[in-house]
Design a protein around this ligand. Structure first.
Ligand code: SF4
Length: 353
């Protein structure tokens, strides 16, 4: 795999780009022009930058590079869900998903190649962590999925969830930079209220989000409100206990006044009992929140099964009886490799052959 030794221009801040251009005798306004091409118009080559002088475009081509995603494969489900696997400049693979529903089109994007956390219900865990994505690679998924949404559904994406491969809070700088470019008026101009960052729960970084005035929504992959059980399916809980998370979430709520979403995948005979529902209801008392109950999407190696309809209904009814807002999230794309990490996993294995 040939990796260029040119400057990856999207890793430069505006100030760094300005300094580089000044050394070449370029006026300051070129920085803004180039930034707009990169982060507003999603340009993937310097030749597209039609308002730059020919000599500057040639200089940029010689010294800089824009690493872009390459679409490798797409799978479309009968329910409209479209999953795409992308290859990166170094041959690694990630995936992004477009999920249409009645009132919205959601783009689910990845933050890392693979993941260092070993949640037992997740296909991405099998890939281990290969590397962090750059802000540009995170941003590109949004640009690509938005184009795909326009061509397939004739409307742009309405929501973004950073819930694909990887733990976003372990790639904090790039994720925050990508969000900044997605929401900035000089970028895609999307409302932060339409973006949700989903974390497996890194208490220290949740506090960091609060200190950084995070304006997007925050979802916690909770999946068990009991430390013993949660540690069994999410080893990150060993170092970030429910008590530490509750503390961090209270701080987050105090600083941002944003209601927390708890993601809870119902696993048969593991976390779907009445006692589990009671534990969850108790955890929900820490801050204003809502709960998304998620139907389990089977993953080949996972030792879990989806809960039954009866237990699911009883679980939801109990939470509602405690005045908790509950949404049921049906598993989407059951007929394709829709569980997080499945498609990229396949592609990675194929590329390794
Ligand atoms: S669920 Fe998220 S945090 Fe857990 S292994 Fe999968 S990608 Fe990583």
């Amino acid at each position: 795999m040939q990796v260029s030794n040119k400057t990856d221009i999207r890793r430069l801040s505006a100030d760094e780009l300005k300094t580089m251009l000044e050394k070449e005798g370029q006026p300051a306004f070129r920085t803004k022009q180039i930034f707009q091409w990169l982060w507003q118009k999603g340009a993937n080559s310097f030749d597209q930058m039609s308002n730059l002088p020919q000599e500057l475009r040639a200089w940029l081509n010689e010294h800089c590079v824009i690493y872009t995603l390459k679409l490798e494969t797409t799978q479309k489900s009968d329910d409209g869900t479209i999953k795409s696997a992308f290859s990166l400049y170094d041959g690694k693979s990630i995936e992004g998903v477009l999920i249409p529903s009645l009132d919205r089109i959601t783009a689910c994007i990845s933050s890392q190649v693979g993941c260092s956390l070993q949640c037992t219900f997740c296909a991405t865990a099998q890939l281990n962590l290969q590397r962090n994505l750059s802000a540009g690679e995170i941003f590109d998924q949004v640009v690509f999925l938005n184009q795909q949404s326009n061509s397939q559904f004739h409307k742009p994406i309405s929501n973004i969830v950073i819930m694909g491969m990887g733990e976003p809070l372990l790639n904090y700088k790039s994720v925050m930079s990508a969000i900044n470019h997605i929401t900035s008026p000089d970028g895609l101009g999307m409302s932060p209220r339409r973006i949700t960052l989903s974390t497996s729960g890194i208490a220290k970084m949740i506090k960091q989000l609060a200190d950084d005035n995070f304006a997007c929504n925050l979802a916690l992959s909770l999946h068990a409100a009991d430390n013993v059980k949660r540690s069994q399916i999410m080893p990150i809980n060993d170092s970030n206990s429910l008590e530490m998370l509750a503390n961090a979430l209270k701080y987050f709520y105090e600083m941002t006044h944003t209601r927390i979403t708890y993601e809870y995948v119902l696993l048969r005979d593991f976390n779907d009992s009445m006692q589990d529902a009671k534990n969850l209801a108790l955890f929900c008392r820490h801050t204003p929140c809502k709960v998304n109950i998620i139907e389990f999407n089977p993953v080949s190696h996972a030792p879990h099964r989806a809960s039954t309809v009866e237990k699911t209904m009883a679980f939801i009814e109990y939470l509602q009886s405690k005045n908790i807002i509950v949404n049921m999230r049906r598993s989407r794309g059951k007929d394709i490799d829709a569980a997080c990490g499945q498609l990229a996993n396949k592609l990675a294995k194929k590329n390794a052959l």
